[in-house]
Design a protein around this ligand. Structure first.
Ligand code: ZN
Length: 202
């Protein structure tokens, strides 16, 4: 199983981290050891002093496909949810400064919290809102329609470079409002008004 992630897919978030808006999707991967299922604790890793949450809409492939055109993507997605792309921002800043890859900052164990899946087609998803609450306070929200590269475009782009298999996941990027977590925090993620993911930090 593969996990793809999109960076800087909402213009406001790219700006809050002082990044340029990309001209094609910015793709990176996490290994399957990054998955943290809904309800489990995220243990703050000792190698970072600045772990950030990035709440994201996640879609799951339902078949093996390659070189899919955007208009055909809808048929090959079964299940959408929300997830957290946990990021060691201090390490990522070092990687960016040195022009190094991002895996040490993005792909460590349990860096991909994953909610429970619901059935929704991509037209409905495009009008859906993701919300992140930290300790019951709204810290992030965004609509799928505000993505710079919409989900059909992202999946098509990935599929022209990597064969996708049933069960592969795509984290579709984070809206503005990312921020640090601390031990004791509780993160709750909603898709529209449905709470699909809860993670506590220890
Ligand atoms: Zn992200």
């Amino acid at each position: 199983m593969k996990i793809f992630c999109v960076g800087r897919n909402y213009a406001k978030h790219a700006k809050e981290l002082n990044n340029d808006v990309p001209s094609s999707p910015l793709i990176f991967m996490k290994p399957k050891t990054a998955i943290l299922p809904n309800g489990l604790t995220f243990y703050y890793p000792e190698f970072s002093q600045n772990i950030h949450f990035e709440g994201e809409i996640v879609v799951r492939m339902n078949a093996s496909i390659k070189s899919l055109e955007p208009k055909r993507v809808n048929k090959f997605i079964t299940g959408v949810t929300v997830g957290i792309d946990f990021t060691a921002r201090d390490i990522q800043d070092e990687c960016k400064k040195n022009g190094h890859p991002w895996e040490l900052a993005k792909s460590f164990d349990f860096s991909a919290a994953l909610g429970d899946f619901v059935d929704m087609d991509l037209d409905e998803l495009a009008e859906s809102e993701i919300k992140v609450l930290k300790n019951k306070e709204l810290v992030q929200h965004g609509f799928a329609r505000d993505m710079m590269f919409d989900i059909p475009t992202v999946v098509s782009y990935i599929s022209h470079r990597f064969t996708l298999h049933k069960g592969d996941l795509i984290y579709t990027g984070t809206p503005a409002g990312v921020g640090p977590v601390a031990k004791g925090d509780i993160l709750e993620l909603f898709l529209n008004d449905e709470r699909l993911l809860v993670t506590d930090i220890k």
